[in-house]
Design a binder for this molecule. Structure first.
Ligand code: AMP
Length: 469
C-alpha cells in the first residue's frame, strides 16, 4: 500500500500544498526518499526523469525548514541560506524553484531564491537576502560567494540534482569548491540517472557513508511512452516524416530535438515557413530569450519547440505529447532525458526518432544503453530505401530484428494511425514509474519496517542498496 504524505509526518502547510497540486499519493521515489531524508544522513538516489524526484527532495527539506521556524518569524535579511540545491542548467534551476514556490504556498516565513547565470547580478543579490533555500547553478553561485554576496557556511543541507549532467558539463571542480564552502552541513543528497563509477567517485568525495536508493535503471522501459524509430534517406526525407508527426491529430505540444544550435534554428525556420507554430531554443540565446520561449511553451502559446539538449532536462510541461528526435543526441543517456519531456506526471507520450543510415551506431548505443529495442516503423508513402532500412544488430537479440522494417511495419504503422494507440491521449494512465514498486515496505510510521537499519546517528550503518529497477 502506498503511504500518504500525511503518514510521512509532513507539516500541515506542505500537506495543503500537495493537495492543491493534486498529488494524492506519493510516487515511488517520494515514498523512498522522503522518509529517508527526514531521518537524516547522506543519500544517493538514482531515479528517472519525470518520476517526481524534485518533490522527493523538496518536501523533506521544506519540512525541516518549517520545523526550524515554528513561529513563522521573518528571516533576517542576510544572504545565508540553510538549504542549497545545485542544478546543472538554468532551465532545471528555474523548474526546481517553481516547484519549491508551489510547495511553500501555505508556509509562512520560508523564502526561496534562484542564483543562475544570464540574469542581472543586482536583482539576484537583493533576492537572496533572507532566503532560506537557494537553488543555484554552480558558476554564478561561486561568483557571488567570491564577491561575498552570499555566505554558504550556514548551509545545513546540500542537494546535487542531476549529478551525471553536472559532470558532463564540467562542474566537478565547482562542486568540490562549493562542498568546501558548506563543509559544516549535516546532510547531502545526490540525484543521478545512473551510479556510474564517476558518480560514485564524486559521491565519495562529497558525502559521508551515503545510503543508496535505486529506483530506476537506464533500462527502465518508459512504458507510458511509445517509442518509434523511422529510418530516413536524407534530411529532406526527415522533414517529411517530421511534418507527418507534427500533423498527428493527437499532438498538443511537441519538442523537436536537433543535434546543433544551428540545426535548431534551421529546423524552426523551415517549420515556420511551412505554417507551423515553431520556435527554437538553444544555449547560445540570451537567458531572457530562453526564459520567454520556455514560458510561452508552458502557457501553451508555443506548440512546437525545436531545441538542442539544453532542453533535454528540466522542462516539465505535462501537455507535451510528442518528442521527436530529428537529430540524434551525442550521448545515449541524453536520449532517455529527451524522451522524458513527454509522458509527464502519469500521462502517456510519443517519442519518435528519425535516423539516417549513418546514424546506425548511435541507434545501437541507445538500444544498448536503454536495454531495449527501438521499434522501427514505416509511414505509408514515406518508406525509406532498402539501404536506409538496413537493420542494426540488436543488443542481446542475436537475431535479425529488422524484420519489422518492411511491410509488417507499414501495416503496424497504419494501424497505429487508425487506432491512435493511446498516443498523447493525456488521460490514458498506464503502468509506469508512478506505479508502485515492489520491494521493501514502509510501515504507517513512515519508517522502514525492514531493509536498511539506521544507527543511533540516524544514518545507515552500511550503505544499504534498495533496488527497484
Ligand atoms: P519531476 O520528476 O520532479 O520532474 O516531476 C515530474 C512531474 O510529476 C511534475 O509535473 C510534478 O508536478 C509531478 N508530480 C510530482 N509528484 C507527484 C505526485 N505525488 N503525484 C502526482 N504528480 C506528481
Amino acid at each position: 500500500m502506498t503511504i500518504s504524505f500525511k503518514e510521512m509526518g509532513l507539516a500541515q502547510p506542505l500537506l495543503q500544498a500537495t493537495e492543491a497540486l493534486g498529488y494524492t499519493l506519493a510516487t515511488p521515489v517520494q515514498e523512498q526518499v522522503i522518509p529517508a531524508a527526514l531521518i537524516g544522513g547522506d543519500w544517493m538516489v538514482s531515479s528517472q526523469t519525470g518520476s517526481g524526484k524534485t518533490a522527493a527532495f523538496l518536501l523533506p527539506l521544506l519540512n525541516k525548514l518549517i520545523a526550524a521556524n515554528p513561529n513563522n518569524k521573518p528571516v533576517p535579511g542576510r544572504a545565508e541560506p540553510q538549504v542549497l540545491i545545485l542544478c546543472p542548467t538554468r532551465e532545471l534551476a528555474q523548474q526546481v524553484t517553481a516547484d519549491a514556490i508551489n510547495l511553500v504556498k501555505f508556509a509562512k516565513g520560508i523564502r526561496i531564491a534562484t542564483i543562475m547565470g544570464g540574469m542581472p547580478y543586482g536583482k539576484q543579490i537583493s533576492q537572496i537576502k533572507g532566503a532560506n533555500l537557494v537553488v543555484a547553478t554552480p558558476g554564478r553561485l561561486l561568483d557571488l560567494s567570491n564577491s561575498r554576496s552570499i555566505r554558504l557556511d550556514k548551509v545545513q543541507c546540500m542537494i546535487i540534482d542531476e549529478a551525471d549532467r553536472m559532470l558532463d558539463l564540467g562542474f566537478q571542480d565547482d562542486i568540490e569548491a562549493i562542498h568546501q564552502l558548506c563543509a559544516d552541513r549535516d546532510q547531502t543528497l545526490m540525484f543521478s540517472a545512473t551510479f556510474a563509477p564517476r558518480i560514485m567517485q564524486l559521491a565519495t568525495s562529497l558525502m559521508n557513508n551515503p545510503g543508496r536508493i535505486e529506483l530506476a535503471s537506464a533500462g527502465h522501459k518508459h512504458e507510458n511512452i511509445s517509442q518509434t524509430l523511422h529510418w530516413a534517406d536524407s534530411i529532406a526525407h526527415k522533414h517529411k516524416l517530421l511534418s507527418h508527426w507534427l500533423s498527428d491529430p493527437t499532438m498538443e505540444q511537441a519538442v523537436v530535438f536537433a543535434s546543433t544550435q544551428a540545426d535548431s534554428e534551421t529546423i524552426a525556420d523551415s517549420l515556420r515557413a511551412d505554417g507551423y507554430d515553431a520556435t527554437a531554443l538553444h544555449g547560445a540565446m540570451p537567458q531572457a530569450v530562453r526564459n520567454r520561449r520556455l514560458q510561452s511553451l508552458r502557457k501553451g502559446q508555443t506548440r512546437i519547440l525545436v531545441a538542442t539538449d539544453v532542453a533535454a532536462r528540466g522542462i516539465d510541461v505535462p501537455t507535451i505529447t510528442h518528442v521527436i528526435n530529428f537529430g540524434l543526441p551525442m550521448k545515449a543517456e541524453d536520449y532517455v532525458h529527451r524522451i522524458g519531456r513527454t509522458g509527464r506526471a502519469g500521462r502517456s507520450g510519443v517519442a519518435i526518432t528519425l535516423a539516417e543510415h549513418r546514424d546506425r551506431s548511435k541507434i545501437r548505443a541507445i538500444e544498448q544503453y536503454t536495454q531495449q529495442q527501438l521499434q522501427a516503423e514505416v509511414i505509408p508513402g514515406l518508406e525509406p530505401s532498402e539501404k536506409s532500412r538496413k537493420p542494426t544488430s540488436r543488443p542481446g537479440s542475436g537475431g535479425r530484428p529488422g524484420r519489422s522494417f518492411g511491410g509488417k511495419g507499414a501495416s503496424n504503422s497504419s494501424n497505429r494511425q487508425g487506432q491512435g494507440q493511446g498516443q498523447g491521449e493525456g488521460k490514458t494512465f498506464k503502468q509506469n514509474h508512478f506505479a508502485k514498486p515492489t520491494g521493501p515496505k514502509f510501515g504507517g510510521s513512515g519508517k522502514p519496517s525492514s531493509g536498511p537499519k539506521f544507527g543511533g546517528s540516524g544514518k545507515p550503518s552500511s550503505s544499504p542498496k534498495r533496488t527497484f529497477a
